[in-house]
Design a binder for this molecule. Structure first.
Ligand code: ADP
Ligand code: MG
Length: 335
């Protein structure tokens, strides 16, 4: 069995450099951090940039220790092992936000996917195509209705187990924006394994330009978006996968089948002010595919979407007009 494992490349979404006038407040401090199995880069501007980035790094490590279900003593590990646990306010808040996304997407996003992820080996790295009986047993435990949040007590029942991997990085990037602000920074940007969130404007007063990776040729870009105070979060089957018998199996599971989603898409990017929700939705809309994902966008507010199909076609929701730039042909999705 040939196994390949790809971490999202360090700079799989790059921030395109722009030229502009620098002000006295443009002192830049940046740092690379490895956490949540991902290369992260943090960048802040202004007099407090260094202390803000260092505070953000501490927050990353604190939240990683809470959310990592593989770590003994983490909040999620305790909930999964004991069925119920008093957790930190971050864990209960994130679980609640995640359950809202599960509900809104009618289970295309499901944080109880853990037993199925484990069976495929995506968590351990010991990849395998599961046999049908085992998969059916694991699938019986996948049900968002088995999760309950009551204040800071999170519970699961009937063998359900939580996996916040589809939403934790979006929560984290949003928290880093808060930490930057609390530390007096008004301009900064972070990339957590290609998931980007930006605070304010660049020091020269222009918007941040975030490039969207070509999922089929990952050293190329399909275009860019110009943003301020927004997250740009991408899910793609190319980010983690293995091959077996000539088939490719990636890490975004369709909770209705237990198999990697085959929705005809190769990536989905969500652009929104709300990092955590954007992350959950990027995973969910990847599972839904172009038609259902477009209908979901039409029925909800607060975010925009870039879909790239398996054939390389690009579809962009019309809230991105004047925001998305590309030299390639693309189709605009209207309300
Ligand atoms: P990445 O973490 O690579 O940026 P995603 O945000 O799409 O990409 O998250 C994928 C992760 O989400 C998987 O590794 C797994 O932990 C979890 N996951 C996979 N399928 C689902 C699903 N249908 N609903 C919720 N979480 C999922
Ligand atoms: Mg996601």
């Amino acid at each position: 069995m040939k196994i390949s494992y790809l971490l999202a490349p360090l700079i799989c979404v790059i921030v395109l450099a722009g030229c502009g006038r620098n002000t006295a407040d443009s002192a830049e401090f940046s740092k690379a951090v490895f956490a949540m199995d991902t290369e992260m880069t943090l960048k802040a501007y202004g007099a407090n940039s260094e202390s803000a980035v260092n505070a953000a790094e501490r927050e990353i490590n604190r939240l990683d220790r809470l959310f990592d279900r593989g770590r003994d003593g983490s909040d999620i590990n305790k909930v999964n092992a004991e069925g119920t646990a008093k957790v930190s306010s971050d864990t209960s808040a994130l679980t609640e936000t995640a359950l809202d996304v599960c509900e809104a997407t009618d289970g295309a996003f499901d944080i109880t996917i853990a037993p199925v992820m484990d069976l495929w080996g995506f968590y351990t790295g010991e990849y395998q195509v599961p046999d049908d009986d085992e998969l059916a047993k694991a699938m019986a435990k996948v049900d968002r209705a088995k999760v309950n949040v009551d204040g800071e007590v999170v519970s699961v029942k009937d063998g359900a187990k939580l996996d916040l991997g589809g939403i934790a990085k979006g929560y984290l990037s949003a928290r880093i924006m808060e930490i930057f602000r609390e530390n007096g920074v008004e301009s900064g940007i972070v990339s957590l394994g290609g998931n980007v969130q930006a605070l304010g404007l660049k020091p020269d007063g222009s918007k941040w330009r975030v490039a969207i990776q070509d999922p089929r040729e990952t050293d190329m870009f399909i275009g860019s978006v110009s943003i301020s105070d927004k997250a740009v979060i991408t899910s793609g089957g190319y980010q983690r996968y293995f091959e077996d018998g000539g088939n490719i199996y990636h890490h975004i599971i369709d909770p209705s089948t237990g198999y990697p989603a085959e929705s005809g898409l190769s990536s989905v990017s969500i652009i929104s002010e709300d990092g955590a929700t954007a992350d959950g939705l990027s995973t969910a809309l990847f599972v839904m595919g172009l038609d259902k994902g477009s209908d979901f966008w039409r029925a909800h507010n607060g975010f925009d979407v870039i879909f790239v199909t398996g054939d390389g076609e690009i579809y962009v929701t019309d809230g991105l007009s004047g925001v998305f730039e590309s030299e390639r042909k693309y189709t605009v999705i209207k309300r």
